[in-house]
Design a protein around this ligand. Structure first.
Ligand code: ATP
Length: 250
């Protein structure tokens, strides 16, 4: 479908088309379309802009990722179809890998997403191998299947468009969890150490830039960013922004 770039919702329409293509080509799950719709509703309430609270979270996320000994980027079907290039750029900058992790799991979808990432940069993808797989405790879905060398041994995980169960389980395993979720009311948003309440397509380029800016700072500087960061406050600011938007409209 040809989308007029002047259409006020052009970006959103383009993203929908990408996701539909992703479903047709076995990369995105049909349920991913519904999750995207939920995200869009919240994005509307956030004026489809990266808000100041998201910028603070992006800075804290960059500090956590740079301080981590073994960071990893977790990717699902929606994130892959929308932002595969950004994942690769960030993984290169951090010298870390990307692991495919799916709620609606199928071997074929994992392979397709891995191939998509491999076509962009084979070094950055952690290719799943049967003998390397482990099952994380306390996760009811197939998201529990992870690679020992990837999420299994990581100390900091970027988890965009997450389900609350896995986020909570990763936090319980003492991992630092950075979530990207437009819904500040989700369990994921509540449990993560850092919640970026923003559209993944807008915030990943900003996260890349922030990591680049902070990359040469010393450990103490990064620790100060983390110590002065309060995720509950960020979530409250996001909720207040939504209320203010509704108030202004009434
Ligand atoms: P939880 O289990 O944490 O309560 P949920 O059931 O809402 O969350 P999912 O259905 O897995 O979780 O949906 C993933 C989340 O991703 C949703 O909260 C949705 O708001 C968010 N989301 C969807 N599209 C985007 C996007 N483009 N950018 C950022 N977040 C998004």
């Amino acid at each position: 479908m040809k989308i007029d770039p002047k259409h006020p919702r052009a970006l959103s329409l383009q993203n929908r088309e990408k996701l539909v293509w992703g479903v047709k080509n076995g990369i995105t799950s049909p349920a991913g379309l519904i999750a995207f719709g939920r995200g869009e509703a919240f994005d509307y309430l956030l004026s489809e802009r990266t808000q100041p609270f998201a910028k603070k979270a992006i800075r804290a996320a960059a500090a956590y990722l740079l301080l981590a000994k073994k960071p990893i980027l977790s990717i699902n079907g929606n994130s892959a179809i929308l932002c595969a290039n950004e994942f690769i750029r960030i993984a290169k900058l951090l010298n870390c890998r990307i692991e495919v992790n799916l709620f609606h799991y199928s071997q074929s979808r994992v392979k397709k997403i891995e191939s998509l990432l491999k076509s962009l940069d084979p070094e950055r993808v952690l290719i799943s191998k049967k003998e390397e797989k482990i099952i994380l405790p306390e996760i009811a879905s197939k998201r529990a299947i992870v690679m020992r060398e990837g999420i299994g041994n990581s100390d900091c995980v970027l988890v965009p468009l997450e389900d609350g169960d896995r986020c909570q389980a990763l936090v319980k395993m003492q991992k630092k969890v950075i979530a990207i979720d437009l819904n500040p009311l989700s369990r994921t948003a509540k449990y993560a150490q850092v919640t970026i309440v923003d559209n993944i397509c807008r915030c990943l380029p900003l996260l890349f830039r922030e990591i680049k800016d902070l990359k040469n700072k010393d450990k103490r500087f990064l620790e100060e960013i983390i110590n002065s960061y309060d995720n509950n406050k960020i979530i409250n600011e996001a909720l207040r922004a939504i209320c203010a938007k509704l108030d202004d409209t009434l």
